[in-house]
Design a protein around this ligand. Structure first.
Ligand code: COA
Length: 169
C-alpha cells in the first residue's frame, strides 16, 4: 500500500466504472449500472479509492442508514439498549479491483469507512456498523476485524461503533 497513492472520494463523473473488475460480477454490475443512481436517489453514498491512473477505481464501498431490532443482538448487548429499533450504518457493498487485491487496500478502505461512520455518529447516533458478506471468503475477511454474524442471518455481520472507538479509530 505504501507505494500507491490512494485517495478516497465520493463517486463522480470523472471515475471510470466500466473497467472495474473485482471477481464478483454482481459488485461490478452495481458500480456500472446502479451506483450513481443510488447516490442521486439518496439511498446510498458511494466512496471510491482512486489510484494513480486518472479515473481508475481501485476499490469502492457503499454506506446507507439502516436499523434492526435489538433482539437480534446477543443478550449481553441487547439488555443495555432501549426497546426501539437500533440505529446502524450499513456497508452494503465493498469490493477491491483484482489488480489491487492482496496489497492492503481492503483493510485501508474498511478503516476509511469505519472512520467515516464514527465521524457521522457524532451528528446522528449510530450504534453499530453492519456489513453484508457475499460469500464465506469475504465473511472471513470481515471477521478478522471483529465483525460477528447476526444469529438469524449469518452473512450479515455487525460490530458496535463503540468497540472501534475504544480501539482508537
Ligand atoms: C475480500 C476483499 C475485500 C479483500 O480485500 P484485499 O484488498 O484483497 O485485502 P487486503 O490486502 O487489504 O488484506 C488485509 C488482510 O486481510 C487478509 N484477507 C484478505 N482477504 C481475506 C479473506 N477473504 N479472508 C480472510 N482474510 C483475508 C489479508 O491476508 C490481510 O491480512 P495480513 O495483513 O495479515 O496479511 C477483496 O479481495 C475483494 O474485493 N474480493 C472480491 C469482491 C468481493 O467478494 N467483495 C466483498 C463482497 S461483500
Amino acid at each position: 500500500m505504501d507505494e500507491l497513492s490512494i485517495s478516497v472520494e465520493p463517486l463522480g463523473s470523472q471515475h471510470d466504472c466500466v473497467t472495474f473488475s473485482c471477481g464478483e460480477p454482481a459488485l461490478d454490475d452495481y458500480l456500472r449500472h446502479r451506483a450513481s443512481q443510488d447516490v442521486r436517489r439518496r439511498v446510498a453514498q458511494v466512496f471510491v479509492a482512486a489510484g494513480d491512473t486518472p479515473g481508475k477505481i481501485a476499490g469502492y464501498y457503499t454506506l446507507s442508514a439502516v436499523s434492526f431490532e435489538k433482539d437480534r443482538l446477543p443478550d449481553e448487548l441487547a439488555k443495555k439498549l432501549p426497546h426501539y429499533p437500533v440505529p446502524a450504518a450499513l456497508i452494503g457493498r465493498f469490493a477491491i479491483d483484482c489488480n489491487y487485491q492482496g496489497i492492503g487496500l481492503g483493510e485501508f478502505l474498511l478503516l476509511d469507512a469505519i472512520r467515516r461512520i464514527i465521524h457521522a455518529s457524532l451528528t446522528i447516533a449510530v450504534y453499530a456498523i453492519v456489513v453484508d458478506a457475499k460469500n464465506d471468503n469475504v465473511q472471513a475477511f470481515y471477521e478478522r476485524y471483529g465483525f460477528k454474524s447476526f444469529a438469524s442471518q449469518p452473512r450479515r455481520l455487525f460490530m458496535p461503533v463503540q468497540t472501534f472507538v475504544n480501539l482508537g479509530l
